[in-house]
Structures are given as structure tokens and as C-alpha cells.
Design a binder for this molecule. Sequence first.
Ligand SMILES: [Zn+2]
Length: 539
Amino acid sequence: MSSKAELVIVGTVLTVDSRYPTAEAVAVRDGRISAVGTAAELAAEIGPDTRVVDIGDGCVMPGLVEAHGHPLMEAVVLSDRMVDIRPVTIRDAETVVQAVHDEVARRGGDGAFLSGWDALLQKGLPQPTLQWLDAAAPSSPLVILHNSGHLAFFNSAAARLHGLDRHTADPKGAAYGRDEDGELDGTARETAAVFPLVAAAMNAGSYPAMLAEECSRLNRAGLTTCSEMAYDPTFGPLVDALKSTGALTVRLRTYEMSNPQMTAHSAPGAGDDLVRSTGIKIWVDGSPWIGNIDLTFPYLDTDATASIGVAAGSCGHANYTREQLTDIVGAYFPLGWPMACHVMGDNGIDTILDVYENVLARHGRQDHRLRLEHVGAIRQDQIERAVSLGVTCSMFVDQIHYWGDVLIDGLFGPEHGSRWMPAGSAVAAGMRISLHNDPPVTPEEPLRNIAVAVTRTTPSGRVSGPEERLTVDQAIRAQTIDAAWQLFSDHEIGSIEIGKYADFVVLSADPRTVPPEDIADLDVLATYLAGVQVYDASA
Ligand SMILES: [Zn+2]
């Protein structure tokens, strides 16, 4: 170890260390934090070769942690091989439809891929029936991914390309839609059916550049660690190749998708501090925006539910049965795997908590960090039950920013719609939660997550469930140390403490001192991974 620091950052240091919340300087040696303290204390760290960065009115804090992301897929979805039609990018239906026609014309026989269709926010979209898709692209493949990621629309040429027809069996937990005669209707629901259609947009030759751009995108948002919550091991060599060039500037924590054989391609904790196998991803249900979440209460009868094809009074459904989930969790958990389970509806939450409770009774271990993902409709009794089992939640509060009004007025009414993502109740019950964007469902915007968790402001400006608001400090923890904890990484990242990696984000101001709604718009000025600057806004 060198005798002096390689880097000293001077300015407001937001440590997320409750023993010492704010410091004046932080020093880095060999990529790790070597000292935190007052500027006077750290003067001794500075030698002739030390890079000293004075951040002025800015604020340095731990690199932000995305506890539930899909970077390996987002690399493709937001590449120029697919057209971004997400509601965060295009709001009106006409422009979306025009984008479909333009891309079909541009790509011809190579096939057109678009991602982000959302009839709830892009009001007036046509029903994307097979007839409509075939009219838009009569002879070339067309695949349109719904913004939720849980549904894709594909035309007849795409079906032929992928060898899909009426004889194709539905994958476990997924389905191809069929008409009354049993013919495919051009819809694919859930990952095992959707992924192969989207994967056709990537090829191994172009992927490294796509992934490098994804790393830059995450660094620009201040993220230094991101989970991959639908890890497909076929991406392993591509990730390793980027890592070997030094261009992998984000730590990845992978959750491999459970597969029909219920096997994993690595061991729990395999890998290193940059890329590590962390857990197994499972699913109970789907997306509120397409009607397949497993609820005890019904969807409303409104124009919004009609626009997404949900029958009035439907309580949605699960994609996996209790027996399937018991088998899957029972196969992986005893081998030491942590699990993260996608579940939105409260009926589904009952099911997975039963399954978790059973496996813990038979194979319980300390520090299992079993997780529930999203949990939009989780009830108070379920929060308390989860806490008693040591199960924690990763919450998608950014849904309130985009769909907050639709949730209340269009889908579920005030009782359930304004309690959506009850982060305040979870934290009050003693749960360590994380916040996430599920990118590319919403862009990686961790600062907006913090703002939304604190304000719960919907697009129309109402405060949705004011009792569920977090304090700024609670929200910061959920985007740093507690997110790192869920990813089994709190010993190495997530706070500015001596010995941890020098993963930092420099913001234009201290988020604890600005009005909460302004946190979303703070500028990310710089991002560091292990002391190396990986993003510089002034460059
Ligand atoms: Zn996800």
C-alpha cells in the first residue's frame, strides 16, 4: 500500500454511516477508502502524487445501487437495434404507431424491434392484434415489447422466423396467446416466451459495444452497482469479455433465472467483487399494466382497464402455482441460494410467504436475505409477516411518478391505488428495503426514486398515500447501504467507511439540504468505481 492517498475528495461527504453521517473529506488508497474525516485530519493523506478534488458546493456520497435492474437486457433494448417507444420517451399514441411503421420500412427483412408499448399512458393506441401487426409488417418480422417487459406482440413473419406455431408448447410460467381455433394470436406472455423474441435483436458481435454503452448509462445516473435480475448464463462470456478489457464500469450482482431443470450454472457467491453470482430469480405473477397480477381485490371497471383488455372484476392471476413455487424454492434454497421473487399482487404475496416460511422451517439458515420484488399491493399483515421471517422487499416507488394517477383512478381505486408500494409502512415495521427502477421499465433514475419515496407525488400533483412517505435519510439508505445489503455486498460497498471500495457519486448539492422534490433534478457531476473516475459530466 502506498504511503499517501491516490485520491482525496474534499467537500460535503454524505457517508450513510450513522456513526458519522457527514464528513469533510475522503481519501482513497488502492481503490479503497483509507480515511474519512475533517479536511484537517486528511491533510496528512495528501502527497505529491495525490489527486485532490475539491467539489465545492457539491456532495460526494456512496455510489448508488440498483437492487433490481436488467442491465444485460437493457443493453439491447436501448441500443440502436431497437426503437425506444417507452412512455418516458414518447407520450402520444400516434407517434408510437408512426415509429412502428418507420422502423418496419427502415429494417425491411432484417426485422423491426420496438420496446415500450403502454396503452395506459399512451392513450389511444390500437389493439395490437395479429391482423394489425401483419398489416403493419406483411412480410418482415415485427416484434413490439410491452413496457412492462412481461408481454410481447409479434407478427406472422416473426413467428415463422422463430418456428412458433399452434403446435408450440407454452414454456413453464409463460404462454403464447391463442385464438379460439388454437392458432397463435401474436402475443407472448412472461419471460420464457418473451426473451427469445427480443434476443433476436442482439448478435454476439455487436453486444460488447451495447454493454459498454449500458455501463456508461448507469454511471451517468450515479450507479456503481447494479443487479441483473433475470440473468441468463449465456451472457456470461460476453460479460467476461468486457470485464477483461476494463470497460465493465459497474459491479454486477446476478440473479439467475430459475429454469425448468431447476439447476444453476454457478455456485452462490461465485465470482469476484466486480461480477458475482448472488441469487436465483423467480416469479409469482406479472404486471399490473397487463392484468396478470395475483390480487385478492378486483380491477375497476374503467376506460383504463378496457384499454388493456382486463375484464371488469378480474382479480388477475398468478403465473406459477403454489406447487411449482414450492418445488422451485425447494430445489435452490437448500443449496445455499438466496432468492428474489417477483410478486405484485397480495394474493401472490400470501403464496410466496407460505412457500418461504415452509422452506425456512425445513432448511432455515441465518442471513438468508430472501426477497420480494416490487410488492405493489402488499398488505400491512404481510409486511409484518415478512419482517418476522427476515424477508425484505425491493420497492418500485417510481411507478407512482409515472402511473400514480392511473393506479388510483384507472385500475384499483384510492384504497389500494394510493397505498401502492407502501415503503413507509415497511420501514416503520423494521424492514430494510431498497428502491429500484427495474430498468428499462423506467430509466435508471435513483435520485428520482429518493424524491418519489419522500414525496409520493403523482403526475397530476396529488400526494398518493402521504403516510407511506419516507424521510430523505431513509430513502437514501434504500438506494445505497440497504440495497447493497440485499445484494450481499454491504461489507464492501454502500457507505463511505474505511476499507470499503471507493465507489462514489458526486452530486451538485447535498440531497439532505434541498427541497425533496428537487432531489430528482440534482446533477450527477462525477462517478468513481474503486477510486477510478468512470464518469465526468464536464468532459
Ligand atoms: Zn424486473
